[in-house]
Design a protein around this ligand. Structure first.
Ligand SMILES: NC(=O)c1ccc[n+]([C@@H]2O[C@H](COP(=O)([O-])OP(=O)(O)OC[C@H]3O[C@@H](n4cnc5c(N)ncnc54)[C@H](OP(=O)(O)O)[C@@H]3O)[C@@H](O)[C@H]2O)c1
Length: 257
């Protein structure tokens, strides 16, 4: 039996991905820390759709977290043909004023975890002759982000990492894709108070729309997907704006948060 593994499935974009994949008859493995939410979600999805849902209530941050998740899946002999590295966190504030621990937490969950999971599942997918890995990055990954420097940096890594690996496995039946949402209405977005900043004048996407966009593009040939026309346009524009000017613009946006 084939499974789609979604990390960070207990809320936001991951929760909507779980619904849309279940609706389209994908058996699911759902990972996040909150066991109660995952148990309820499993019950809900299995009652609504004809799918098998396994839950992995684990802290998947860092090398040990990623390895624990992989081992738990291997123990149950589940075959993952789609991996969605979605779990991610972001903190706002001046780099020097934040505890190093919050930097490490972001680096562990946003960089180390998807890197290790990509390596482990990519090897398996190549052996079985096919698969897809979606890494949920961000439009933040196309530039530097003063006042969210580490978060923006983790997402830049994820885009470049995904593109590099995608090229390495180009001749196989395994695809690696970075999906970049812009500001999206989730607990993450609330935590970063985007609505209070300049973004109040921007369109903030619904997490369900981001999930639908990923599913609609499940067979894409692109290495990098950007959700939303305005986001695509802004990324296109940044190619023509001098880096210093762009940096100041992002700083102003972040200062309003
Ligand atoms: N919202 C935005 O504006 C936005 C924009 C661009 C990109 N993104 C990216 O989209 C992805 C999803 O974000 P979201 O907005 O949907 O955030 P969210 O609602 O805060 O969801 C984050 C998910 O990650 C899980 N998680 C956090 N720490 C974890 C850990 N140590 N181990 C296992 N699971 C963990 C959380 O579940 P538990 O708490 O139960 O563990 C939750 O299910 C992230 O990678 C984010 O960077 C978001």
């Amino acid at each position: 039996m084939k499974y789609t593994l979604i990390t960070g499935a207990s809320s936001g974009i991951g929760l909507h991905l779980a619904h849309i994949f279940a609706k389209n008859n994908h058996n699911l493995i759902l990972a996040a820390r909150n066991k109660d939410v995952l148990s309820l979600l499993k019950e809900n999805l299995e009652s609504l759709y004809k799918v098998n849902v396994k839950i992995m209530p684990l802290d998947i941050a860092g090398e040990a977290g990623a390895a624990n998740l992989y081992e738990a899946i291997r123990k149950e002999q589940l075959r993952v043909d789609i991996l969605i590295n979605n779990a991610g966190i972001g903190y706002h504030g001046k780099f020097l004023e934040k505890e190093s621990q919050s930097d490490l937490d972001m680096i562990n969950l946003n960089i180390i975890t998807p890197t290790i999971l990509t390596k482990l599942f990519l090897q398996d997918m190549l052996k079985i002759g096919g698969g897809k890995i979606f890494n949920i990055a961000s439009t933040a990954g196309f530039q530097s982000g003063p006042l969210m420097s580490v978060y923006y940096g983790t997402k830049s890594y994820l885009i470049n990492f995904s593109e590099g690996v995608a090229e390495e496995v180009r001749d196989s039946n395994v695809k690696v894709i970075a999906l970049c949402p812009g500001p999206t209405k989730t607990s993450f977005e609330k935590m970063n108070r985007i609505e209070k900043g300049l973004f109040k004048n921007f369109h903030i996407a619904e997490p369900g729309d981001v999930a639908k966009y990923l599913y609609k593009n499940i067979d894409t040939n692109k290495d990098v997907l950007v959700h939303g026309r305005l986001n695509k346009f802004m990324i296109f524009l940044t190619k023509f704006i001098p880096r210093k000017i762009n940096l100041n613009l992002i700083k102003k946006i972040q200062e309003k948060k």
